[in-house]
Structures are given as C-alpha cells and as structure tokens.
Write a protein that binds this ligand. Sequence first.
Ligand code: HEM
Length: 181
Amino acid sequence: MYGIVNKALQEMVCADYGGETWQQILLKADISDEFFLSSEAYPDSTTYSLVGAASAITGLPAEQLLQQFGRYWVLETGQRSYGHLLKAGGENLQDFLINLPNFHARIFLIYPNLQPPEFLCEPNGLQGVRLKYFSHRAGLAPFVVGLLFGLGELFETAVTVNQSKSRATANDFDEFLVAWQ
Ligand code: HEM
C-alpha cells in the first residue's frame, strides 16, 4: 500500500502512545524504515506487520486498532490532507455513502498505482444503506467499520454499523448495514 497508510498509522500511534512505543513496534515488526514516503508503494506485508506488532505492543486487539485507525484516517489524515476530496464526496452522510463507490476514482489522480477497495451501496430503509465491500486484501473489515464511524462524526450524524456478511465465512465480500438517526 502507499506509504501514506503506514505514515498515518505511525502518526496515530505516536499521538496516542508516544514515539518510544512506535520504535518498539518497528523493532518487533523488523522494519527499518524510520519514516514512510506518502507517494511510494510499500508491500502490503509491511502494513500488516506494523498492525500486528502495534497490537502486540499496545495490547489492543488488531480489530480494535484497525477500527481506531479507520476513524483516524477520516478525521485526521483525510481532513488534514484531503479535505477537498472529502467535501466533494457529498454534503451529508447519506450522499457520501451513495457516492462512495466512485470515491477512490479521484484518488487515482494522486496515487496512480492505487489498488483501491470496491464498494456497492444500496438504500436500506429510509435512514440506512446496505454497503458491500470488496477487496483483494483480507482482514480489513474492522478498518471499514472505523471509517464509517469517522464519516458519521465528520457529518455530525450518529451512526450504527452492523456487519451482516463476512468474507471470513465463505462470501467474497463483507457487508455492512449502516443506519443513522
Ligand atoms: C480521505 C480521503 C481518502 C484517501 C486519500 C484515500 C486513499 C487511500 C489509499 C492511498 C489507500 C491505499 C491503497 C493502495 O495503496 O493500494 C486506501 C485504501 C483504502 N481505502 Fe481509502 N482513501 C480515502 C478515504 C476513504 C474512505 C472514506 C473509505 C471508506 C469509507 C476508504 C476505504 C478504504 C479501504 C477499505 C482501503 C483498504 C484497501 C483495501 O480494502 O484493499 N477510503 N485509500
């Protein structure tokens, strides 16, 4: 994945636990990069190793860490560096989610070798959507949950997220029922 993902993880861990904890994580993951270049592609294994080591060192289950990271990605990384893209994605949570399947198309302009997730979104009742998430990477459903909570906060909308299908159980996608008040 592009270095911006690893960089953002580093920033989140340093903000929450301090730089010394990050050094322990690098050591445990056997990664020598002192910093990550946003626009350089790194092997996915680097990101997975960092998440695994961060979970071991902080004691936070990997799912919880990924969820926290999803929220951080929207509210900190996204807002700070790509606020205009988030704004262009929709004026409220519902519009943003309906537009989500096209969202990463714009990001190709910044990161041409992006291997983005794919989303399908359909209405589910008057105040909710059924969101399907496809990826060639495994294990990132908790990241999506965190992203959805982050978007809820971004649009000041209380949101519930229930995973209704999982790749872990013989589907080729994860599915979430997202609802708001
Ligand atoms: C703030 C603007 C955003 C930017 C700049 C951005 C950019 C990126 C980048 C660079 C990657 C790494 C992929 C790669 O290197 O091949 C990524 C992955 C991902 N993004 Fe976004 N993204 C943004 C917002 C979102 C939002 C709002 C969602 C969903 C709610 C989302 C869902 C994901 C997921 C799930 C992945 C993991 C990759 C996978 O599933 O295979 N992103 N994004």
